[in-house]
Design a protein around this ligand. Structure first.
Ligand SMILES: [Zn+2]
Length: 385
């Protein structure tokens, strides 16, 4: 049994959701946006001001009387984000604006019972470190490299941890008394972008990350695209090389997946086979100097990523694709090949164009995404997708 998430009513959540999506708004603007009477809005806003969840900001001058804009307070709630993407596991404590107030690292353990005990200890340590910022702690989010059940409590499979059907969400909720949500790492990242990032409120966009592996997630019509079995948009295992044309075996059991060509591990393996340095920064620097082998390896990886990005754009028609990758790859043969290949294979239409952005991939990105996951359910409610 998960604890009750909060005492916010559906009406309160409507106000919070609207301000989170649209930014600060006046009572009159909220009434128009939500199709509710001004009296109803005033009552709901009064409750949220009394609970210190909203605050009144500057005056808005327009037609008629000036009005006061309402914003969500940063200290209205705090959240814990846990990334099990890599060892060590990273735990962050953030506020409702996504600002990080404390950080703890603990060993990432594979045995589920030991992992849960160690995470519960890590949470105690984090709360201590955060001090006052840990007041109003309202939820925990966990991001992991695997598939997660539709109720967002159970890790269905995670190869990196060797987990099958581990209900880590409920176990941690029982230990901490806090609602706990589990999500695939890429999904957590995109929910963070939707809530706090520059694409806040965008209804249709995709995110891809290029790390040791490759991950991908999509917001479609304002909601996370999950697919029937929770694996929608799993670009990493999209086939990009045909059997007999240099297709390499993938950890999923197939051959020629994108991850076997374009992930950092694949690039490093290719460099090793060619007798080149396997470190991505060194390899990129050598390619920049015109060394043929490093150039060829990074060009092939970037081109494959570009092809996959073009396929993604053709299928989902997003307004933006955010590609998160190591900063050394942005302005490199990898980045250039990615953009060129994507550009070449997108069906061009007059006046519309999907924007591809490169974003630096930071070590904290997944834990930040996990905290956003808890913030997402605090604002939009446990029924939100
Ligand atoms: Zn694969």
């Amino acid at each position: 049994m998960q604890p009750r998430p909060s005492t916010l009513s559906a009406g309160h959540r409507q106000i919070l959701s609207a301000i989170s999506r649209e930014g600060s708004r006046s009572r009159t603007e909220l009434a128009t946006l939500l199709g509710l009477s001004k009296a109803t809005i005033s009552g709901l806003v009064r409750d949220l001001l009394a609970q210190n969840i909203l605050c009144e900001q500057e005056l808005i001058f327009g037609v008629g009387r000036p009005s006061v804009s309402l914003a969500v307070r940063a200290d209205a709630a705090s959240f814990i984000g846990i990334s099990l993407q890599q060892d060590p596991a990273v735990l962050l404590l953030t506020d409702l604006h996504g600002t990080v107030h404390a950080r703890v690292e603990i060993p990432r353990l594979s045995d589920p019972e030991q992992a849960i005990r160690s995470l519960a200890d890590g949470i105690l340590q984090l709360r201590e470190e955060a001090g006052d910022a840990a007041e109003r702690l309202s939820g925990i989010g966990i991001a992991l490299p695997g598939f997660v059940s539709h109720d967002r409590h159970t890790c269905v499979t995670c190869t990196a941890l060797g987990w099958r059907n581990v209900n880590i969400g409920t176990a941690l909720a029982e230990r901490t008394g806090l609602p706990t949500w589990v999500e695939n790492d890429a999904n957590a990242l995109i929910l963070g972008e939707q809530l706090f990032g520059t694409l806040r409120g965008s209804p249709d966009f995709s995110m891809v990350f290029v790390s040791h592996g490759i991950g991908c997630a999509h917001i479609v019509n304002g909601r996370l695209l999950r697919g029937h079995f929770g694996g929608a948009g799993e670009l990493s295992h999209a086939p990009v090389a045909l059997e007999g044309f240099g297709a390499l075996p993938c950890r999923c059991g197939n051959k020629g997946c994108l991850e076997t060509v374009a992930s950092l591990l694949a690039i490093s393996n290719a460099a090793h086979r060619a007798g080149q340095p396997t470190d991505i920064s060194t390899l990129t620097a050598l390619a920049a100097k015109g060394q043929p082998e490093p150039l060829a390896i990074l060009h092939q990886a970037g081109s494959a990523m570009g092809l996959a990005t073009a396929q993604l754009i053709q299928m989902l028609d997003p307004s933006h694709v955010v590609v998160m990758l190591d900063s050394v790859l942005h302005d490199s043969v990898f980045g250039h090949a990615l953009l060129k290949e994507a550009e070449t294979h997108i069906l061009h239409r007059a006046g519309v164009r999907t924007m591809i952005h490169f974003r630096d991939f930071a070590a904290e990105s997944f834990a930040g995404g996990a905290a956003s996951l808890a913030a997402h359910y605090f604002i939009f409610g446990p029924e939100a997708g």
